[in-house]
Design a protein around this ligand. Structure first.
Ligand code: AMP
Length: 374
């Protein structure tokens, strides 16, 4: 029964690492952060940097920690395996490997009875054309690995365009999915502790612009109890099958026939940033609680919320901070077009009161995507 420091190692030094460290420190966690990008922005914890990716400081980093987690899933698997053989790594290598490869991911969804868009794999332009014909166009072709935020993808409307799409994507293995006319995009974050305890945040509704998340509404308006229960069941199957420890994000398409799983991320997720101000315990704190072997906190929504991403945008901080129920989270990053530099959470007593508050926030931001119609 002691509250001695828990030394958490973090792979990656961006905003997600920063927010996890900011919320883990009051729990008595100490953070060592391992960066290979050469451009760490976390600005918190003890930094170990190997910009040449030569692992020169890896041993020193590992010696300074009890447990290791990460902020991004594009982590070389050999590095993750190496670390897992020396220190507990959460989420585990199997979870990481599954999320890195869309074929493994969709196969697992199917094995666990989680509905997905219909899909095929293609390893050549000819196989891509065959997949278009088998599934019926339109389809979405995606590189099996290394894609994110809609990169490495093409919508194919005619099988005759398969050759051009193959060349454009320029990858040797593609997943080809039926194009889903979804009603909206939802996501769900859940956490599993090292004791196997599970907790789900409510389903949220996400709005993207140019492939990047711009707005999240929490909770997603008008979700039926049956849809919420189905989503909770899907993510529980994944967490238990993977013997997962930490926060997992599951992106879903809502259709008139129910939910379809798109992809998952083995980490805290941009669509969960609202939890900092609208939930009893944030996703960042709960992820750290899980990886540090602590009990989970409540995932209950405390206030309806909207998360507004700052993408390459300036904010009038003085004016913004005069607005009620408005919370600024800047990432210590310089502004460049398309770069996530911060987010703003807005909360309200009820969901319909959120939208006017968001308009007031947007008047303080230099550049923002169109706010969605309700
Ligand atoms: P992803 O990288 O898989 O998250 O895809 C990026 C975005 O492309 C998603 O957020 C959707 O808006 C869209 N998308 C992906 N897959 C499909 C699909 N099978 N049908 C329709 N739209 C899709």
């Amino acid at each position: 029964m002691s509250a001695s420091p828990i030394r958490v190692g973090m792979l990656g030094a961006g905003q997600l690492a920063r927010m996890m460290a900011l919320e883990g420190m009051p729990l008595g966690c100490e953070f060592s952060i391992y960066d290979t990008s050469g451009a760490p922005s976390a600005g918190i914890g003890t930094l170990y940097s190997d910009p040449e990716n030569d692992q020169a400081h890896l041993q020193e980093f590992l010696d300074s920690v009890d447990v290791v987690t990460y902020e991004f899933e594009h982590l070389p698997l050999n590095l993750a395996r190496n670390i897992e053989s020396r220190k507990p790594l959460h989420p585990n290598v199997r979870s990481l490997a599954t999320c890195q490869d869309r074929e493994k991911e969709k196969t697992l969804f199917s094995e666990l009875g989680i509905p997905t868009p219909r899909w095929r794999m293609a390893r050549s332009a000819e196989e891509l054309r065959n997949a278009c014909e088998a599934l019926g166009t339109p389809v979405v072709a995606k590189s099996a690995t290394e894609g994110y935020d809609g990169k490495g993808q093409a919508v194919i409307r005619n099988p005759a365009d398969a050759e051009a799409a193959w060349t454009q994507i320029g990858h040797d293995r593609l997943i080809v999915e039926s194009f889903v006319n979804f009603t909206r995009e939802l996501s769900l974050i859940a956490v599993r502790s090292s004791q196997g305890e599970l907790a789900c945040y409510p389903l949220v509704e996400n709005h993207h612009h140019e492939g990047i998340l711009r707005y999240t509404w929490a909770p997603a308006p008008g979700v039926s109890a049956a849809v919420e229960a189905a989503a909770d069941d899907y993510i529980a199957r994944l967490l238990n099958e993977l013997d997962y420890v930490g926060a997992l994000a599951l992106e879903l398409f809502e259709t008139p026939d129910g939910l379809l799983a798109n992809e998952m991320a083995p980490r805290v997720h941009n669509s969960g940033h609202w939890t900092q101000n609208g939930a009893a315990t944030s996703q960042f704190e709960n992820h750290i609680r899980a990886v540090a072997g602590l009990p989970l906190g409540s995932t209950a929504l405390t206030r309806p919320s909207c998360m507004i991403n700052l993408i390459g945008a300036e904010v009038d901080r003085e004016r913004l901070l005069t607005l009620p129920d408005t919370y600024l989270h800047l990432y210590n990053k310089s502004i460049r077009p398309g770069r996530k530099v911060g987010h703003i959470n807005v909360t309200a007593d009820n969901a319909s009161a959120i939208h006017n508050k968001v308009q007031a926030v947007l008047s303080c931001v230099s550049d923002c995507a169109p706010y969605p119609e309700r």
